[in-house]
Write a protein that binds this ligand. Structure first.
Ligand SMILES: [Ca+2]
Ligand SMILES: [Ca+2]
Ligand SMILES: [Ca+2]
Length: 318
């Protein structure tokens, strides 16, 4: 019974509308998870969901000669964050597309777009990423091949911005102008230019940067179930730096998000019911018991089966 209740709780958390953070978590296609996402595409891109991840498969030569082919684009206004003094955007993905596709703004692109003089454009290949700002200053970052990576930007009005890959600072500078501003929007685009490729998108999150050590991921003024989901997402374990995205959950300010922070999170819990069980910290050792693993695996299976939604074509092996 408890496992069922936990499962329903986790599923309820999978569809969320946060006050000061917008998140796409890969529980369904973007426009199904939240109708605020718009979709447009060229030719016949394939897409499907697996394990809370959006998978997109694009091929060249589908509708017209090279270069170009399938394109799958999702866009959403970020106007609600105009004037934010501390704004972040973070996404996690991997692709099997090569760096040579950069010439066509492919394989995967994430844009903080605008009609004004400021914007940030990420392009991700399987082993390299680049950030281009509206001054056309481009910075590259080498990636470990074949695994998902976390990309994050923090923008402090017109004062400063910082770009991180997997929690490490890559570049910082003074923006051309404050962002979000000038009819801002976020775009996520997967495209085939000279080669077919597949992209796995785990999540997109953006909004106001939460206060350090607050436990309040969505800056809602309460510490509750919305924050609980993200506490699990940014939990790093003792002595492991959780990166800039996890500072809000690091109550003791030692860079990790561990079971000590979980105790503080429970102390900060502000809704009428007590905080849910957090299995990695259940017995203080960080190691779940056999029966706890059983519940965790059941939840995972339910989530996986609930999100196995197929449309388009399955990916071909490279
Ligand atoms: Ca996900
Ligand atoms: Ca909150
Ligand atoms: Ca900590």
């Amino acid at each position: 019974m408890r496992s069922l209740a936990l499962t329903m709780f986790v599923l309820a958390m999978a569809v969320r509308a946060l006050a000061d953070v917008v998140s796409y978590e890969g529980t369904a296609f973007p426009e199904a998870e939240d109708p605020a996402w718009g979709r447009s595409f060229d030719c016949t891109p394939g897409r499907w969901m697996v394990a809370q991840t959006l998978v997109q498969f694009v091929e060249v030569g589908e509708c017209f000669p090279l270069p170009g082919g399938d394109k799958d684009l999702y866009t959403r206004s970020v106007a609600e964050f105009e004037g934010s003094p501390a704004f972040f955007a973070e996404f996690r993905c991997r692709t099997d597309g090569p760096e040579s596709e950069f010439v066509g703004r492919a394989p995967a692109a994430f844009d903080l777009w605008t009609r004004g003089p400021v914007g940030y454009h990420f392009t991700v290949a399987r082993d390299r990423a680049k950030l281009t700002d509206n001054d056309l200053v481009t910075t590259y970052a080498d990636l470990g091949d074949g695994i998902a990576h976390t990309f994050r930007i923090e923008i402090f009005g017109g004062e400063w911005y910082e770009w991180y890959v997997d929690g490490a600072l890559v570049v910082a500078g003074v923006p051309t102008a404050p962002y979000p501003a000038y009819e801002p929007a976020v775009n996520w685009r997967v495209r085939a230019y000279y080669q077919d490729n597949t992209v796995w998108l785990d999540y997109i999150r953006y909004g106001d940067i939460p206060a350090d050590g607050s436990g309040d991921f969505d800056t809602s003024g309460t510490v509750d179930g919305e924050d609980f989901y993200f506490f699990g997402e940014y939990f790093s374990g003792e002595g492991v730096d959780a990166g800039p995205g996890g500072r809000w959950a690091d109550f003791d300010g030692d860079t990790d998000v561990d079971c000590g922070d979980w105790g503080a999170f429970q102390g900060a819990w502000s809704t009428p019911a007590s905080a849910p069980v957090f299995y990695p910290c259940l017995d203080g050792t960080g190691i779940p018991t056999v029966s706890e693993w059983g519940v965790a695996i059941m939840v995972l299976l339910v989530l996986t089966s609930a999100t196995l939604v197929y449309t388009g074509r399955p990916a071909r092996s490279a």
